[in-house]
Write a protein that binds this ligand. Structure first.
Ligand SMILES: C[S@@+](CC[C@H](N)C(=O)[O-])C[C@H]1O[C@@H](n2cnc3c(N)ncnc32)[C@H](O)[C@@H]1O
Length: 281
């Protein structure tokens, strides 16, 4: 039984990195008229109330989305991201934060498609409510890793899979590795975007995963990381990363200015890193 609830972490620095990269990739897909398919394999609740008990436990959004919403932004992608977050709120107060499926839904055009997968029963109910009736979206109550392979290659063929496990089960690292390799073979034109945590005690898991995937020689693999604190000995997430396989042309360069501005806004010990692991940007 899954116990992870994303409501405790909604709008934190990891969501900011993941959702910024997601919107950057969607912008690339939208730059061509041809329709696309998105698969959000670990969808979560779709929308989060930052005033509720879960979000208020550690108030993680206060060092993530809140400083961004309060900043005067220059970078167009950061501006777009904050507009999308604001669009989730009826007034100027930041109460609701959109999860990845809601953000993707906001970027879909008439012929684009979205498949969302989620296993947690309570998150499924919230997800249905957050997305409403939308003929472009199919909700699947099934295992992400099995569903990703079953749904690919999708129609329309071009598109993106966001893979955002909770890593609650440590076997997820191994499952991600094997699934991503199979997925790339089944869907070579698909952009695959994987989120991973940088945790003091578990740094080895993410290191292992990135190194294992780098050895697979997957095409145009880009790594984008955001750290908000130096790596400590104690348990805690000091940063996170996104691995993008089949990254669009010059995507790394495009993200450089967004992440640089983000780091300045977050301040403190925040740093970012963009690295090409295979192919050429
Ligand atoms: C990090 S949260 C997702 C957050 C969401 N992607 C966002 O950015 O707003 C991970 C979600 O994956 C779900 N999950 C975990 N293992 C799963 C699996 N094997 N199949 C489908 N969903 C799973 C959890 O219930 C949780 O809601």
């Amino acid at each position: 039984m899954l116990s992870y609830r994303h409501g405790f972490h909604a709008g934190n620095h990891a969501d900011v990195l993941k959702h910024l990269v997601l919107l950057g990739l969607l912008d690339k897909l939208r730059s061509k008229e041809k329709p696309f398919t998105c698969i959000d394999s670990h969808a979560g609740a779709g929308r989060y109330d930052l005033f509720n008990a879960q979000a208020q436990t550690n108030r993680e959004h206060e060092s993530g989305i809140v400083p961004l919403c309060n900043a005067r932004l220059v970078d167009p992608l950061l501006q777009h991201y904050v507009e999308r977050v604001r669009a989730c709120n009826a007034d100027t107060r930041l109460r609701f934060y959109p999860g990845s499926p809601r953000l993707i839904q906001g970027e879909l055009r008439e012929h684009d498609r979205l498949h969302v997968l989620e296993l947690h029963p309570a998150e499924q109910i919230s997800l249905q409510e957050a997305l409403g009736q939308d003929r472009r979206i199919s909700l699947h109550l099934r295992d992400a890793f099995e569903g990703l392979l079953a749904l690919t290659p999708p129609e329309p063929r071009r598109g993106l899979a966001l893979i955002d496990p909770s890593y609650e089960d440590k076997k997820d690292y191994q499952r991600v590795q094997t699934t991503l390799v199979k997925l790339q073979r089944r869907w070579p034109v698909g952009i695959l975007a994987l989120w991973y945590p940088l945790l003091a005690r578990q740094r080895d898991h993410s290191h292992w995963l990135c190194a294992a995937l780098a050895r697979e020689n997957l095409p145009d693999m880009l790594q984008l990381e955001l750290c908000v604190a130096p790596q400590g000995e104690e348990f805690g997430m000091h940063g996170s990363g996104m691995l993008v396989v089949s990254a669009p042309w010059q995507f790394g360069e495009r993200m450089q200015s967004s992440l640089a501005e983000l780091v300045t806004i977050l301040g403190g010990a925040a740093t970012c890193r963009i690295q090409q692991l295979s192919g050429a940007d």
